[in-house]
Design a protein around this ligand. Structure first.
Ligand code: ADP
Length: 475
């Protein structure tokens, strides 16, 4: 059994207690990591502070070179990283491979972004010269969830390092292994010791100690609304900035004039990818009543043909992350069963190919009351909730009718309908006749309403990790 220390100041550190890491495809513990507490967190933050004092002064071209080298090493180790990611999360191997490649792209993208990122001059009047410069925050804390451990690491650590910050990263207790491996690769790439520390452990102990530490200057968090609130309060106590990405209840809205053959595979993938454990999952289908029966029937047929199995066998659909998560998802399905109609799936899968893994069938629930718990709350499982609409006004009301506002998909052949929906939908990303845009690292991503605040990814993502200084010089 693998036993891994946390990575602090470039070295592994052990703790008395350990945290088990379970393979969701088999239900078996296959690794153990350090159970960091306040003492280890303090060591990591102090190491990051020391590294940050010099990293910010390293010339941009050199910082970019190190980031590109990290990307190159991720590329060289794609097969191993993808295997580890698939094993610890249960995601199908090809998805894990794609996640690894996207993570490499984040390091390349932010290497280029920082090389072309400048302040500005402001023409106030003839007697003053005004310019702005960008400066790093100092030490940034990164609290990462278990659903996309590598990708979310890439999208927040790469821009933070590019801007000149140093990082303390706490991966989720369920899936910490690829972050530790990436920390080692970053050292091999030439990143100074202490510039990226990886502290493993539980949220309530390691995570809470990190977010409360006075040596942290910025927090980026992706996870649940409940924990987001706790972290916001910890940040408020010390008035430090936070970036929060807190999930969604994102709809695909399908008008009668949509190209169904084009929409169908994308809609199905948007809810089954990563077994629906995706912040931006297309978990609601809002479909115009005249094509409702046709589309729901075809989705049910597609769900019935999905290959489900252990992550390393590279199925289309893997298990959920844990038994706890499976129970949660099944209880949402039961709520649907009580008031709506299960058109496909609805159960757990055990035995045979599924063994003791945490598998749930792809589940299609029709006639979901938009005001119900199932219509409002994030399920985080392969469960698609369907509601019909009559006209565009009703579609907008339904789309905006939850507390979330992360992503939306609109399917129509009418250009006016498309633009009207983009204007009226309250969400950080609106896709028309596509969904998710293949994880493009260039696309600013983040929520309206309870889905969070701040934007990650793209050039916007870099700004969140820096602060502007304005210089005013009298001539
Ligand atoms: P999920 O419901 O998807 O597991 P969470 O919001 O519980 O998401 O967890 C996301 C990340 O936040 C994980 O790394 C977890 O360890 C961490 N976390 C959980 N509770 C706290 C807390 N009180 N303070 C800081 N981090 C936490």
């Amino acid at each position: 059994m693998k036993q891994l220390g946390a990575l602090v100041n470039g070295k592994p550190i052990e703790t008395a207690g350990t945290v088990d890491v379970t393979d969701p495809s088999s239900g078996e513990v296959f690794a153990r990591t350090a159970d960091c507490g306040p003492a280890e967190i303090d060591q990591a933050v102090m190491a990051a502070r020391e590294a940050a004092a010099s990293w910010r002064h390293v010339p941009v071209a050199e910082r970019a070179r190190v980031l590109r080298e990290i990307s190159r090493l991720i590329g060289r180790h794609t097969a191993d990283l993808a295997r580890l990611e698939a094993q610890q999360t249960g995601k199908p191997l090809r998805q894990a491979r794609r996640d690894t490649e996207i993570t490499g792209r984040y390091f390349d993208f932010y290497a280029s972004a920082i090389e072309t990122f400048y302040g500005s001059t402001i023409p106030l009047d003839d007697s003053t010269f005004v310019y702005t410069t960008w400066e790093p925050h100092g030490v940034t804390a990164h609290i990462i969830p278990w659903n996309y451990p590598l990708q979310i690491l890439g999208r927040s650590v790469a821009p933070s390092l590019a801007m000149g910050n140093c990082c303390v990263l706490k991966p989720a207790e369920e899936a910490p292994l690829t972050a530790l491996r990436l920390g080692e690769l970053a050292l091999e790439a030439g990143l100074p010791a202490g510039a990226l520390n990886v502290v493993t452990g539980f949220g309530e102990t390691a995570g809470a100690a990190l977010t409360a530490h006075p040596g942290i200057d910025h927090i980026s968090f992706t996870g649940s609304v409940e924990v987001g609130r706790l972290i916001s309060k910890a940040a408020a106590d010390r008035t430090i900035p936070v970036t929060m990405e807190l999930g969604g209840k994102s709809p695909n809205i399908v008008f009668a004039d949509a190209e169904i053959d084009r929409a169908l595979p994308v809609i199905v993938n948007s809810i089954l990818q990563n077994a629906g454990q995706t912040c931006s999952a297309g978990s609601r289908l809002i479909v115009q009543d005249s094509i409702h029966d046709l589309l729901v029937g075809r989705i049910a047929e597609t769900f019935a043909a999905v290959d489900i199995g252990p992550a390393l066998e590279d199925p289309a659909l893997g298990p959920l992350i844990s038994e706890v998560q499976r129970e949660r998802v099944l209880s949402y399905i039961d709520q649907g069963r009580a008031h709506a109609s299960i058109r496909y799936g609805g159960g757990a899968l055990n035995g045979g190919r599924y063994g003791h893994g945490f598998f749930v069938q792809p589940t299609l629930i029709d006639g979901v009351d938009p005001a119900s718990t199932l219509g409002q709350e994030e399920v985080f499982g392969p469960v698609l909730a369907v509601t019909a609409f009559r006209d565009a006004d009703e579609a907008v009301r339904l789309a905006n009718g939850t507390d979330y506002g992360l992503v939306s998909g609109v399917w129509t052949s009418d250009v006016k309908t498309a633009h009207r929906m983009v204007r009226d939908i309250v969400a950080g990303q609106v896709f028309v006749n596509t969904y998710g845009a293949s994880g493009g690292v260039e696309l600013p991503f983040g929520g309206f309403k309870r889905s969070g605040h701040g934007r990650e990814k793209g050039a916007e993502g870099l700004r969140g990790f820096g602060q502007i200084k304005t210089a005013v010089i009298a001539l």
